[in-house]
Structure formats: C-alpha cells, structure tokens
Design a protein around this ligand. Structure first.
Ligand code: ATP
Ligand code: MG
Length: 473
C-alpha cells in the first residue's frame, strides 16, 4: 500500500518516510501542491499525509482538488501552526486526523495505518520510488533512531560525534545534517584529520600568515575559517596525531583560532561534526586519544549500525543503488526476490560501501535484465576470495609455494626473518595498490585498511616513493 507524503521540510519527511516504511507502506514523497495534484491524478494512494504551509500554497485551502479526484482517500494533516484556526480548518475538510507539530512519530504511523485500513484498500502497482530523493536509505528500526537523532540536531549547533564501522554512512550523515540544518547556506568543509602530516596540521586547520615558516609564501586560511557559517567535518578523528588533538582541543575550548604566526584571534563560527570508525574508549585507555577531547566532541553521539545488524535494509539499499547505477548510465537491472534474499545473507564486512560497489559491479556485468541468484553467485565467490587473504583453493596464486621459494632463495639472518619477510610482502603489495590509486597515499591507505601515517612510515622504511606511481598526463 502506498502513501503520498506532501511535506517540504526534508528533515520531517525523512523521519515520516522511515516510520511509514517500517509500517510496510511505500511512501511517495513530494514537496509542492503542484506535484501533489499531478501524483493524485496519476495514481491511487491508500492515504495522504500533508503539511499545510507549502512552497506554492496552502495544503488545506486546496484540498478540494484532492477531494474531487479521490473522495475516499483518507487525509492526515500536519501543521506547525498550532493555532485553533488551523486545527478547525483541518477538521472542516473532513481530514482523518490532524497532527500539530511536533508530533509523536509512532502515533502518526499508527494513525496512517488505521486510515489506510478504513479506506478502500486500493492495491497499487509496486514500482514507485521508495522515499526517493532522500539521501539516507533504510527502513530498519536502527536507521530510524539515526534519523531521529539527525532531526534533533538540525535546529541547533551542538557538536556531533558519528561512530561506526567503515562504510556505514558516517560521512553521508554528516552531509545530511549540514544540508538539512540551519547552516545549509554555508559551506561544508571536510577534513581527514588522519591524512594531514603532523607538522602541517596546525596550518591546515588554523591557517598561517605569510612568512610564518619556511615555505609560507602567502597567507593561508585554515579549514576552521573556510567553514565559517557552515559545517566543519573532522573525519577519522580517532587517527589524529596526539599533538594535533591538543591543538584542536584548545581551539574548541577557547572558541577561537589563531593562524600560525598570527596575532589575531579569529572566532569559530562552524558547526563541528566529527567521525571515526575506531572505538575510542580503548584508544583513550591506551593513551592514544585525549579523554578531554572525547568529551568535547561527544556531545551528541550518533552510532551507525553495521549493515549485518539490519539485514532488512539490504534489499532497499540494493534497489536504491541499482537505480543510481541506471541514472549514471549503467544498464537498468531488476533484482529477483531470491537474489535479494541471497544478498541479505551476506556478512557485508565493508557495510554499505561494499554493498554499493557490489551492486554497481553487478549492474555492469550482469547479462540479463533481471539479476538472479545465478548471476550473483560467481561475483560473491570472487568477493569472498578477495576479502579472505590467503584462502587459497588452488585457483589463486599459491602463497605457500611463494613463501618457501622466497625463504630458500633469500634466507635472511636469524632474528630478522620476520621483518624481511614482511618487507618482501609489503613492497609489492603497496606498489600494486599505489599503482591503482595513481600514487594517492590517502586512497591507498584507505584501500589497504591501514592508517595513512602507518603507510607513510612503512613506505619510507621500504624506500618506496609514492610519487613514482603518480599518473602523468
Ligand atoms: N543509508 C545509506 N543510504 C544510501 N547510501 C548509503 C547509506 N549509507 C552509506 N551509503 C553509501 O555508502 C558509501 C559509504 O558511506 P560513507 O562514506 O558515508 O561511509 P563512512 O562511514 O564514512 O566510511 P569510512 O569510515 O570508511 O569513511 C557512500 O557511497 C555512501 O553514499
Ligand atoms: Mg568516511
């Protein structure tokens, strides 16, 4: 059963869509009266949920047009103007229910289910967009609590700390908070705090004056200044060098920054969102992360659930990515329900990112329009081979043989075998990955799943020059 949601406030639309999808509805969302009238004319809905103040008019005043086309469709009205007038006008239209904002989302979902049940129970063809246009896909309860947390920080500037495994959507959440929040007209500046060499971090974050140090040929605005009026996204905060943590803490405590070599105190005017895929508590216990900085950042924590804990989202996400792939020019593919079931059962250690890459590969490689179990299996096999290092089954290169040959040929002195073997293994591995990334160390570190500083250190120890892999025009 499908519900038409007419709501121009995206933050509210996200939450309602999630709640209604959890009730088993397909939600078609639009933001204007014009779109509403077009959709109503085109298809049948079990119910409509509508805001009152819309960009192109009043949702109540124009409801007659809906009534004349669909006299039996129940209408649920939401309004932020909690005046008696609005309530009365809403009731006058014969609306099924009137909800003043803010309202209890679960109550709204229950009401819509009731309303839809009382209606004609119109069955509708199943191929409409699933809350289309909303950036974060997912109907699981775990994602609904994420949505709810997002809506709580949109109308304030509280610092947000997004935690979760790699690929769970942390950056996407940071972007959504920016785009839907008070600061959407300002810039969104993302900094990977682990990727900046320790000696440059101060100047990167806070800027420097001309002549502040050798090489500072011009004044440079730091990320904090660049983000003025907008959002500063501090990514991979758990890998930030200690010294930089201290500087960051000082800036957050004082609410001001000073450019390196400068005297002026510049007031901070950015919403701070931090993210990490590290569990910070053990990092704090081990003395690698400052506890006081943790408390500064952890004002509103948002935990991104791993994909394996919300298998009910996998199918929606897969269909979403198939649609995206098609929008980007790849062939339009359908997923059979058996195929979706198979996807649900996978562990997706790389979370949504892994699923997304997998779906794009499927869209590219599948020969039939319908993607079924047979077309998924070979790709899944390749995937698990790729992710289980050394799980040789004869078809891949035999590492065991390589190791014994290497030992026979090189035989390092006792006491140095491990270090030499690791170097022998890392050198071609790093070279291969750097080749793939065109010498980009950040992406290489990301692909390898190691800290960028670790990679840098190892490259220098192995005397591998990443520049040598840079793509030349
Ligand atoms: N709920 C979602 N709906 C749609 N796309 C999603 C969702 N979650 C993640 N993605 C997509 O998956 C990919 C990975 O997400 P993102 O980069 O936000 O993850 P991350 O948590 O920041 O990962 P990392 O810790 O590795 O940086 C992106 O392409 C993102 O658009
Ligand atoms: Mg990220």
């Amino acid at each position: 059963m499908s519900v038409l949601l007419v709501e121009d406030d995206m933050s509210i639309a996200i939450v309602i869509t999630a709640a209604l999808e959890a009730e088993g509805f397909d939600v078609v969302h639009c933001q204007t009266i014009e779109e509403r009238d077009r959709l109503i004319a085109q298809q049948t809905f079990s119910a409509m949920v509508t805001d009152v103040m819309l960009p192109d008019g009043d949702g109540i005043e124009t409801i007659e047009r809906v009534r004349s086309l669909r006299p039996d469709m129940p209408v649920v009205i939401l309004s932020a103007q909690n005046t008696l007038d609005t309530a009365v006008r809403a009731t006058d239209t014969g609306a099924f229910e009137y909800f003043p904002k803010p309202f209890d989302i679960d109550e709204l979902a229950r009401t819509v289910r009731q309303a839809a049940g009382n209606g004609q129970g119109n069955v509708h063809d199943g191929d409409e967009p699933l809350g289309d246009g909303l950036p974060l896909v997912g109907r699981s309860p775990a994602m609904q609590s994420v949505f709810r947390m997002i809506t709580r920080v949109l109308r304030n500037d509280l610092t947000v700390l997004i935690l979760g495994e790699s690929g769970t959507g942390k950056e996407l959440v940071a972007e959504a908070i920016h785009q839907l929040g008070n600061r959407r007209t300002g810039p969104f500046v993302a900094v990977n705090t682990a990727a900046i060499p320790a000696e440059l971090i101060e100047s990167e974050l806070f800027g420097h004056e001309k002549g502040a140090f050798t090489g500072a040929v011009a004044r440079h605005e730091g990320k904090f200044e660049q983000a003025a009026g907008g959002t500063l996204f501090l990514d991979e905060i758990g890998d930030m060098p200690m010294q930089a943590q201290t500087r960051l803490l000082r800036a957050l405590q004082s609410g001001t920054v000073r450019r390196v070599g400068g005297r002026e105190e510049i007031k901070l005017d950015a919403r701070i969102i931090a993210a990490t895929n590290k569990d910070l508590e053990p990092e704090i216990a081990a003395g690698r992360f400052r506890e006081d900085l943790y408390y500064r950042l952890n004002v509103v924590p948002i935990s991104m659930p791993p994909l394996r804990d919300r298998p009910e989202d996998i199918e929606v996400l897969a269909r979403h990515f198939l649609q995206h792939a098609a929008n980007e020019g790849l062939p339009k593919r359908q997923l059979t329900s058996e195929a979706a079931e198979l996807l649900r059962k996978q562990p997706w250690r790389g979370n949504v990112r892994e699923l997304k890459n997998f779906i794009y590969r499927l869209a590219l490689l599948a020969r039939e329009d319908a993607i079924d179990v047979e077309s998924i299996n070979p790709l899944l096999a390749a995937e698990s081979q790729g992710s289980q290092a050394g799980a040789g089954d004869g078809s891949a290169v035999d590492i065991d043989t390589a190791v014994s040959q290497w030992l026979a040929a090189e035989r390092p002195a006792d006491g140095s075998i491990y270090a030499s073997a690791m170097a022998a293994f890392e050198r071609p591995l790093f070279a291969e990955i750097l080749k793939e990334t065109g010498g980009n160390q950040l992406r290489a570190a990301h692909a390898l799943g190691i800290n960028r500083n670790t990679l840098r250190k190892r490259l220098s120890e192995l005397e591998l020059d990443p520049e040598a892999f840079a793509r030349r025009p």
